[in-house]
Design a protein. Structure first.
Length: 344
């Protein structure tokens, strides 16, 4: 049913009235409501953003600092773990009986005029010293791991062990033949009736005429002399006593001596280039190996130092072979770790 013209006109009139009322209300609101302060609102917004920005930066800085600190702690822990795994600490009851040192690699001949030279030939003679030589005293020095044979001006033969020093003159005097020893040497003294031969050490003096003996003077704890043949008198400058072939005289801290019988065969074998230990303590054996191979020697169990063994080895062999042979005895267990030989 179609709407009448009158109804359409009424509807248009009503719509016009509503539009005018809406415009009136908008005008009233614009007059009554305050105008917005754009500058003030912008400042407030900017402060809000700065606060939040600073807070974010602080949080980020804290995060970075904590991450950096955590990285340092982690790295330190890794390094500590690596150190523990590669460098096992010594046990509280471990005992080190020998320490390696940085020494020369060759035998050296030093003269009192300051000259020094390395000796390639480990068997040398000083029977005919150069007539024009200005030096009057010589010192023959063997490093760890090297030995040396020398014939002195009077014809006496000396076999020096490793880590030893022998001082002697260019020519001996008419009345005495005097040498000084630090370390260990095997002597075959040329016989000269009426002119004694003296070996002076830091601990005692040995006086002989024509004798074969082994003298050790590395330290006060192992200073001794073993007589192979002939006769020798030992003392501290005032009181001397004589020992017989097959006897060992050991120096004591009170400047006295204890004399015992020994088998001299082992000392002859050492002169010939062998390690020869017959019923000797593991402490003595390992000290000798440490000196020759210049390695640290440590006992994890100090009681093992008193174990006595019979052990023979060629000095030309490597340390690993000596350790292998000792382990094969089945009495002890020896390992080598980072330059240190450890007896378990």
């Amino acid at each position: 049913m179609e709407k009448s013209t009158e109804d359409i006109n009424k509807a248009k009139h009503t719509e016009q009235i509503n539009r005018e009322m809406l415009e009136f209300r908008s005008a009233v609101l614009r007059e009554c409501a305050p105008k917005p302060d754009v500058k003030s609102e912008w400042k407030r917004f900017s402060r809000y953003m700065e606060i939040n920005t600073d807070t974010g930066q602080k949080k980020r800085r804290k995060t970075i600092i904590w991450r950096f600190f955590f990285g340092i702690v982690t790295s330190a822990a890794v390094l500590l773990l690596f150190f523990i795994l590669t460098n096992k600490p010594e046990r509280l009851n471990s005992v080190r009986v020998f320490s390696a040192s940085h020494t020369a690699k060759e035998v050296v001949l030093a003269a009192d005029n300051g000259e020094k030279k390395a000796i390639k030939n480990h068997a040398m003679s000083f029977r005919k010293s150069p007539a024009k030589a200005s030096a009057r005293m010589f010192t023959l020095i063997t490093p760890r791991g090297k030995d040396c044979q020398a014939t002195l001006p009077d014809g006496t033969k000396v076999w020096m062990n490793a880590d030893s020093k022998l001082t002697f003159p260019k020519t001996f005097t008419e009345n005495k033949r005097i040498v000084t020893l630090q370390g260990e040497a095997y002597f075959e003294v040329a016989k000269e009736y009426g002119r004694q031969f003296e070996v002076r050490t830091d601990f005692f003096t040995a006086i002989v005429y024509g004798t074969t003996f082994n003298l050790c003077a590395y330290s006060a704890g192992n200073a001794n002399i073993v007589l192979i043949e002939g006769s020798v008198a030992i003392g501290n400058g005032k009181v001397f006593r004589t020992i017989k072939p097959g006897e060992m005289a050991c120096w004591k801290s009170n400047k006295s001596f204890t004399v015992t019988e020994v088998d001299t065969y082992s000392y002859i074998q050492r002169r010939n280039g062998f390690f020869y230990f017959d019923n000797q303590s593991l402490f003595e054996i390992m000290q000798e190996l440490g000196r020759w191979y210049n390695v640290n020697i440590m006992f994890d169990d100090p009681q093992k130092m008193n174990v006595r063994l019979h052990f023979v080895a060629n000095r030309k062999n490597k340390l690993q072979e000596a350790i292998k042979n000792l382990n094969e005895l089945g009495v002890i267990h020896i390992e080598q770790e980072h330059g240190t030989v450890i007896i378990r």
